[in-house]
Design a protein around this ligand. Structure first.
Ligand code: C2O
Ligand code: CU
Ligand code: CU
Length: 517
C-alpha cells in the first residue's frame, strides 16, 4: 500500500478497508484494550500517516495506540435530540427550522463556535409520514448563504436543497413535497457550493425518521427516545482553542485533536449511558462525520441485529458483528437486551486524523421486563435488479493536484461540474471507478440504488439492501443500479458526489438532470 497524497499535499493512508469491507464478521479490534488517542499534534499525524503507508494498514497504528490505552473515565447520560413538533392541518405537516450560530463544548472544557438548527449544535429530529405532505419553513440566520438538503429523500430536484437553491442570511426557504419514501432513516444538512464541510462540521445536521404503515414498522420498536434511539456520530478535528477544522488552514498548529461526538456529546473520555426500559431497542445510526468511517460493534463481540441500510428495511433482520458506516451513511439495528451491552465506535481515518481508535461510546443497561415477540421473519421485499438491459455509464472519481474531479471536471461551480443527463423511467447501471488512492463515499441524490458489485465481487448479506451512500476504496470500483422515477426538471438538478465533505467542496461533485424522455 502506498502513501496517499491528499489534494492539499499531506499524506495519509487509506488502510485496510479493502479487506474489511466484505468481512462483516471481522472484528476491527478486540473488545478489550480500548485506546483513546487524543491530542495528536499535526506533525505527528503526518508522521503516523507515513508510517501506516510504509508499514501497511491500520493494525500498526492500532497496536501503537494500544500502548497508550486508557479506558473512559467518565459517564454521562445519552442526550437524545428533541423531536421537532410540526403543526398538522389536513395531510400537511409544517416544520419550522432556523439555521443559526452558537457555542458548544466540542472539545471537553473548551468553548467552540458552532452552528445548529433551532439550537447551538446539531438539530432536532423530524418525523415524516409516508404519503403525507411536509412543508418546511427554514430561516437562515448564519450570516452567510446555506441550503438544507434532505439526504436520501426522493423529492423533486427543486425541493432537494442542492446548491442551486442556496438562500441568503435573513431569508426563509419553504420547500414542500409529498413524502414518497417508505420507512427509513434520512438526515438533513447544508449543501451550498464550497461551504458544505464548514457548515456541517460546525453542527448543521439532524436526523429524519420516515414512518409508514408497513407490518414491519408496526412490529418494530418505534417510541422515539424510549425504544427507538438515534445515534449520530461525528468524528471532527479541532484545535486547542476549540476552532473546528474543515480544511487544512492552520492544521500544522499545535494541539489539534480529533473529538468523537455522539449526539453532540464528546465521548473521547466519556462513556454515555442509556437505560433501556424495553427489552427490545432499536438504534438508528448516522455517520455525520465529514470524512471518517465509523464502525459500530459490541464490546463483548456479540451480534447486532441489523434491520435497515441507508434506504430502508432489509428483507430480514441480519445478525452482524459490526456495522461499517462511511461518511453520510445510516443503518438501523435492534438489540434484545437481557444483560447490559456496551457499544463501541471504531473510527477509521478518512482525512486528517491520521489513525484509528476504538471508543466505548454507549453503556446500555437492560431494565425491561417485557418479553418481545420474535422479530418478524420478513421485513421487506427487495426485488434485485436484472441489469442486463440497463443503460451503462461510468462515473470516474479523480484528482488533479489540489482539485477533485468527477469524469475529469471539478464541480466547484455549477457551470464547471460534469452533468449527467437522463430521462424519466431510465434504468441505469453505473460503474463508480475510483482512479485515486483515496477513500471515497459515493452518494447519489433522488433515487436509491442497489449495489451490483464491489471491487468485482457480488454483494452478500446487508449489502443486498438499498443504499444512497457507499464506500469506494482507493483504486477500487463498485457497480450500482437505479431507476429514475417520478420527478423531472429542466432547470434544477440533483447531485452526485463524494460524501467526504472536503472532497465534495474541492470538486468531487457532478450534477444529474432528469428530464422527460
Ligand atoms: Cu448528504 Cu449531496 O448529500
Ligand atoms: Cu444527499
Ligand atoms: Cu472522496
Amino acid at each position: 500500500m502506498a502513501d496517499i497524497t491528499e489534494p492539499d499535499g499531506r499524506t495519509s493512508a487509506t488502510g485496510s478497508s479493502n479487506k474489511s469491507r466484505h468481512t462483516k464478521t471481522a472484528r476491527t479490534s478486540g473488545g478489550k484494550g480500548v485506546h483513546r488517542r487524543r491530542f495528536l499534534g499535526g506533525m505527528a499525524g503526518v508522521a503516523l500517516g507515513a508510517v501506516a503507508g510504509a508499514g501497511g494498514a491500520f493494525s500498526l497504528l492500532t497496536e501503537a495506540g494500544k500502548n497508550k490505552a486508557s479506558a473512559a473515565t467518565n459517564t454521562a447520560t445519552l442526550t437524545v435530540p428533541d423531536l421537532l413538533e410540526g403543526t398538522t392541518s389536513g395531510s400537511t405537516t409544517t416544520f419550522t427550522l432556523e439555521a443559526k450560530t452558537g457555542t458548544a463544548e466540542v472539545v471537553s472544557g473548551v468553548t467552540s463556535s458552532t452552528m445548529g438548527y433551532n439550537q447551538s449544535f446539531l438539530g432536532p429530529t423530524m418525523k415524516w409520514t409516508s404519503g403525507d405532505t411536509v412543508l418546511l419553513n427554514i430561516t437562515n440566520s448564519l450570516g452567510e448563504d446555506t441550503t438544507v438538503h434532505f439526504h436520501g429523500a426522493h423529492v423533486p430536484a427543486k425541493m432537494d436543497g442542492g446548491p442551486q437553491v442556496a438562500f441568503s442570511d435573513g431569508t426563509t426557504w419553504s420547500p414542500t413535497f409529498t413524502v414518497k419514501d417508505e420507512a427509513k432513516t434520512l438526515w438533513y444538512h447544508p449543501h451550498a457550493l464550497g461551504t458544505t464541510a464548514k457548515q456541517a462540521v460546525h453542527g448543521l445536521a439532524g436526523m429524519i425518521i420516515v414512518e409508514d404503515d408497513s407490518t414491519a414498522s408496526s412490529d418494530l420498536p418505534s417510541t422515539y427516545g424510549t425504544d427507538d434511539i438515534p445515534l449520530i456520530f461525528q468524528s471532527l478535528a479541532a484545535d486547542s482553542s476549540g476552532d473546528i477544522k474543515y480544511n487544512l488552514t492552520g492544521y500544522l498548529g499545535s494541539g489539534l485533536s480529533f473529538p468523537l461526538l455522539l449526539n453532540g456529546t464528546n465521548v473521547d473520555d466519556t462513556t454515555l449511558t442509556f437505560t433501556a426500559t424495553k427489552t427490545r431497542t432499536r438504534f438508528r445510526c448516522l455517520n455525520a462525520s465529514p470524512s471518517d468511517i465509523i464502525t459500530i460493534q459490541r464490546s463483548d463481540g456479540g451480534t447486532l441485529n441489523q434491520i435497515a441500510t441507508d434506504q430502508g428495511y432489509l428483507t430480514a433482520a441480519t445478525e452482524v458483528t459490526s456495522i461499517r458506516l462511511v461518511a453520510g451513511a445510516r443503518a438501523e439495528f435492534v438489540l434484545d437486551l437481557s444483560d447490559a451491552v456496551t457499544l463501541q465506535a471504531v473510527v477509521t481515518t478518512g482525512w486528517v486524523r491520521g489513525g484509528s481508535g476504538t471508543y466505548d461510546v454507549l453503556a446500555i443497561t437492560a431494565s425491561g421486563t417485557d418479553t418481545p415477540d420474535d422479530l418478524p421473519s420478513s421485513l421487506n421485499t427487495i426485488t434485485r435488479y436484472d441489469t442486463s438491459d440497463f443503460t451503462a455509464r461510468t462515473i470516474t472519481l479523480g484528482q488533479s493536484g489540489a482539485t477533485m474531479l468527477i469524469n475529469g471536471s471539478a464541480g466547484t461551480s455549477m457551470s464547471s461540474m460534469a452533468m449527467i443527463s437522463t430521462t424519466l423511467g431510465a434504468k441505469e447501471i453505473w460503474t463508480i471507478k475510483n482512479s485515486t488512492q483515496l477513500e471515497h463515499s459515493f452518494h447519489l441524490h433522488d433515487v436509491p440504488y442497489q449495489v451490483i458489485s464491489i471491487n468485482g465481487e457480488d454483494p452478500t448479506g446487508v449489502d443486498l439492501g438499498w443504499f444512497d451512500t457507499y464506500e469506494v476504496v482507493g483504486g477500487g470500483s463498485i457497480e450500482i443500479a437505479m431507476e429514475f422515477t417520478d420527478f423531472t426538471d429542466d432547470t434544477y438538478m440533483y447531485m452526485l458526489h463524494c460524501h467526504l465533505l472536503q472532497h465534495e467542496d474541492e470538486g468531487m461533485m457532478a450534477s444529474l438532470m432528469v428530464t422527460e424522455s
